[in-house]
Ligand binder design. Sequence first.
Ligand code: 3PG
Length: 209
Amino acid sequence: MSIKELLSHPPVIPLVTLHHIEDARPLAQALIAGGMTSIEITLRTPIALACTTLMREAFPQLTVGVGNVLEQEQLHAAKKAGAHFAASPGFAPELLQLASVLDLPYLPGVMTVSEMMQARYLNVSLLKFFPAEAAGGDNFLRLMQLVFSDLMFVASGGIHAQNIQHYLSLSNVLAVGGSWLAPADLIAVRDWTAISELAASTLARIRLD
Ligand code: 3PG
């Protein structure tokens, strides 16, 4: 399956920041029990790559990506850790080129029309739209449907249960990501049941809408 297919069934990607490696397994289990099939682990903590490898090995059915990739080294490390994909908050052609050499599916971040044009020139058609709400939200992406008929977005940044459907109703949105599905306060108290219910209720909501 292509990364586009993997990230769109269902079209919701929990973005998680983990501080304790022992949380990786129960968190993944909770999200899977709630119906999620993919996860993006932010490279904002020193254990993120170890969590990536652990989830890859323990949950073969889960698509495990790493996010917040800023440096080339991190792309090498993501590949070595077994990540299925990597994502960056912004656009750097150097990272794009390296991801292609490493054969690692990669989502560069964009938030302007010029960055989108640059991405097209470099033959990239799947982009992370970040920070979505601050960068113009679904209204901006709706306009982009007219401008770029060939670009698809995974939107994140300020997306939650109340506005998710505004994005998913757009033809150029492949999926949305967000930390609201695995909030820091629930991870801190290890309330895996609540995280599972959050995932399930989100998926029920998008199926009903
Ligand atoms: C990201 O890396 O895409 C953001 O941290 C997600 O933003 P959110 O916390 O507003 O969901």
